[in-house]
Design a binder for this molecule. Structure first.
Ligand code: IMP
Length: 429
């Protein structure tokens, strides 16, 4: 497994954290290559539950190097808080490298995220308000600050003054008043520099070095492919590319290196924030999924919307991710439902659609075509560790997913803890 990307195939919250943690046991380095503190990955250790936002979910494995690469929108305040929380819980992050090219989420980015959302009114995206969109916008506008800038804060005054001028004008155009000022930002930059400088380095060289020494590197995606800025349900998306292709741009990995993808697919669907969700359930089944699946956002505490598994969307995500192997998560949550459904296509205006539609207008008007399955009543809460121990109905459900998507379900998760994981053969290198 020299280079593997772990990529969510839905709208995020597929359970990537658990899978990354599980596979970190055999990794030397785990890299975050996009997104930022908007992500939330949960790792359940039985007596303790840890939540990761920017630090890769490998931090519990002491020998593994955790990398925050250049493609991340890095929030230093959140990173410092996350490092402190992990230390207090008994897991100090000892091997953390932060790219000198990662863009910084500044306090005014968070302010503007809120002001933009309020300004959009009914058209709001429902962002996490972590300043992700405004940070990436500044990166593209070439007025951003990067982690490497923290190594020479004294030289930044003029750039900060310009940025604040820009942002004050923008905030007032959005009917707001910017709280951030030059003095406050300079103070923050000095603070971040003091705490983080020793971690800041050229992570592209670091990651390529691991690969050339034959070490194993995992690229941990944040979010899910349907939130990809190009291929997701635009504009109800996040502000980065989530697809495997962005591993190269987001980490500076040598493109000669072949990256295998492990797609992560939850056994049903969830979505946080606004945007189309054709298989959404607003009934007692949706309630069952929300309650049993504990579908509350890790980052924002918002209730996640729940629905049937959408294989039409997932097939599009599989194509974009290149996944031939998947991990199916939260299968146990379906236990107790008499009937299960999966969407295998959509009709729009009475016609069956061939391709996954790019338009939110169309997505809001589609009618899913469902395939129905018998459910199972077994709770799967004994320590099921083998495929053969699953109820036949669960096996049929998974086999259908595999056939429909053209993938192998190599891992099946039947509970939050590490031991509730069924492994079906080795991941192909
Ligand atoms: P942003 O990434 O905070 O700008 O939010 C854009 C959209 O992506 C919103 O609908 C968020 O709810 C969603 N989103 C961002 N990160 C995650 C995540 O980790 N899980 C699920 N949804 C997310």
């Amino acid at each position: 497994m020299p280079a593997m990307a772990i990529v969510g195939l839905q709208w995020g919250d597929e359970g990537k954290g658990k899978i990354t943690d599980y596979l970190s046991e055999i990794a030397d380095c785990v890299v975050r290559f996009q997104g930022g503190a908007n992500a939330g990955h949960t790792v359940d250790l039985g007596r303790k539950t840890l939540k990761f936002h920017q630090i890769p979910s490998c931090a519990l494995h002491k020998g593994v190097t955790a990398v925050i690469a250049n493609g991340v929108a890095l929030d230093p305040d959140e990173l410092i808080r996350e490092m402190r929380t992990l230390r207090e819980k008994g897991f100090p992050v000892t091997k953390l490298a932060v790219s000198n090219r990662a863009h910084l989420v500044m306090p005014y980015h968070k302010e503007l995220d809120g002001l933009e959302e309020a300004f959009k009114g009914a058209g709001a995206v429902g962002t996490t308000r972590k300043g992700i969109g405004p940070c990436y916008a500044d990166k593209a506008s070439r007025i951003g600050f990067r982690a490497g800038d923290l190594l020479d804060v004294a030289s930044l005054t003029e750039r900060v003054e310009t940025a604040i001028r820009f942002k004050k004008a923008y905030a007032s155009a959005l009917n707001g008043a910017l709280q951030s000022d030059v003095q406050g930002i300079m103070k923050k930059l000095h603070h971040w520099s003091g705490v983080l400088s020793s971690h800041i380095t050229d992570t592209s060289s670091l990651v390529n070095g691991f690969i050339s020494r034959g070490k194993s590197v995992i690229f941990e995606g944040a979010h899910g492919l349907m939130l990809d800025i190009d291929h997701g349900n635009y504009p109800f998306v996040t502000s980065s590319n989530i697809m495997t292709g962005n591993v190269y741009a987001g980490s500076g990995l040598n493109p000669q290196v072949r990256v295998k993808t492990l797609g992560i697919l939850k056994a049903y669907a969830t979505r946080v924030g606004a945007g189309p969700f054709p298989t959404e359930l607003d009934d007692e089944v949706g309630e069952h999924l929300a309650l049993k699946g504990m579908e509350i956002g890790t980052t924002t505490g918002r209730k996640r919307r729940c629905g049937w598994l959408d294989l039409f969307a997932a097939r599009y995500a599989v194509q974009l991710s290149g996944a031939r192997q998947v991990a199916i998560t939260k299968l146990d949550v379906l236990s107790g439902l008499e009937k299960l459904r999966v969407a295998t296509g959509y009709t729009y205006g009475g016609k069956r659609l061939k391709d996954y539609p790019p338009s939110v207008g169309v997505l809001n008007g589609v009618v899913p075509v469902y395939r129905e399955f018998r459910g199972w009543s077994d709770q799967l809460d004994e320590d099921i560790t083998r495929w053969s121990e699953l109820p036949d109905a669960a096996k049929r459900y998974i086999s259908f997913i595999e056939d429909f998507l053209g993938v192998e379900a190599k891992m099946i998760s039947v509970g939050p803890s590490r031991k509730k994981t069924i492994i079906r053969g080795k991941l192909a290198p």
